[in-house]
Design a protein around this ligand. Structure first.
Ligand code: COA
Length: 158
């Protein structure tokens, strides 16, 4: 892991970028609440072997409780895949999601990525569009939920 750092976002949360080894516990608290309990995605689909290879972000509230998370998986050809972005329901609509997204895009730039791609749940496509992502290809099903591939090219010096 080349980077780990903390930044303060405008929504009273602190975002930490670090390895799975460091962030597994807080990231899993949020992912379990959002994907397994709320969205009913089977726990065995939610967990995969990619976590150890990813850069993770966790947003913590003022009491140090995890309220949001996301991850970046390095792929060949300087592409990174953003995924598992989740904010606890009680924290939604306060820009924690956009702050996590921007922190992960900064991390991707820091790794020299030329493109970030993701599989967006259809309902969240407008959230990613706001950050400049464009859809690529047709809608498809993943974990029983309609998804769209979306991409953002990172210009050098961005
Ligand atoms: C998607 C998610 C991470 C967004 O987090 P958030 O902290 O609520 O997002 P923000 O407050 O930063 O939202 C920024 C903007 O995107 C919009 N937005 C957020 N989620 C949206 C959604 N699902 N559909 C449409 N718009 C959405 C918000 O309305 C807001 O716009 P506004 O400021 O003009 O009102 C959160 O809704 C979540 O965890 N959802 C469940 C898990 C999920 O679907 N993850 C995405 C998998 S692809």
């Amino acid at each position: 892991m080349i980077m780990n750092y903390t930044k303060f976002s405008p929504c009273d949360t602190r975002i930490e970028i670090n390895s799975w080894q460091v962030l597994e516990e807080p990231a899993q608290i949020v992912r379990h609440a959002v994907f397994v309990e709320e969205q009913r995605i089977p726990a065995e689909l939610e967990r995969d072997s990619a976590d150890a290879d990813c850069i993770h972000a966790v947003a913590f509230d003022a009491d140090g409780q995890a309220v949001g998370t996301g991850r970046l998986l390095p792929l060949p050809d300087s592409v990174m895949k953003l995924g598992r972005l989740a904010v606890l329901r009680s924290w939604r609509g306060r820009r924690v999601g956009q702050a996590l997204l921007q922190a992960l895009l900064d991390a991707a730039r820091g790794q020299g990525a030329r493109e970030v791609m993701l599989h967006a749940q259809q309902s969240a496509a407008s959230f990613y569009r706001e950050a400049g992502f464009e859809p690529r290809g047709e809608e498809f099903m993943e974990a029983g939920i309609p998804h769209l591939e979306m991409v953002l090219a990172l210009k050098s010096g961005d």
